[in-house]
Design a protein around this ligand. Sequence first.
Ligand code: GTP
Ligand code: MG
Length: 189
Amino acid sequence: IKKTLAEMREYLYKILVVGDLGTGKTSIIRRYVHNIFSSNYKSTIGVDFALKVIQWGPDLIVRLQLWDIAGQERFGNMTRVYYKEALGAIVVYDITRPQTFEGVTKWKKDIDTKVALPDAWGGGQIPVILLANKTDLIGEGHGQHANPTELDQFCNENGFLTWFETSAKDNSNIEEATRHLISAILKLE
Ligand code: GTP
Ligand code: MG
């Protein structure tokens, strides 16, 4: 959605945030939007929303409408409705629980079968990035860093733009990851 205010441009982008239960989707969004973190786990029911307004350049404002979709929704039948008109997605897994990485391919397939770019933008797959979250726990003796070569290859084979290691707790790489996704969407404009 495009709005021209004198010389100002303003874009509104709907972004999906998906991944298995407890991987840190809500925490990543809270960190990104409100700069807070809590170690209490309160599972999302259905979907939550958050808005982040970014001054991208002197004459461009990007409004990100973040759709925080509950991990348990992969087993429901609402995702088609939630995904409607999304222009990008973030898939999250938890590096301390390898089984959540198996969820990554399933979420990506779910996205690719249920949503596409608008026809005016070619109708292809929406840009998707992969987040390997909770890297702060490596220092605590849980999980390990991703193998960059393996993850690069995984992203190539599965149609992810790229991947980032993140920590919602330490506020690491979340801005960088979202910036990468926004850049990719802006290139489609
Ligand atoms: P659902 O809504 O159930 O799908 O889960 P979710 O993906 O939204 O996970 P949520 O953000 O609620 O986080 C689950 C638990 O992991 C919480 O206890 C968080 O505090 C914790 N957590 C999330 N991100 C991080 C992180 O980067 N580091 C650490 N140490 N804990 C995290
Ligand atoms: Mg949640």
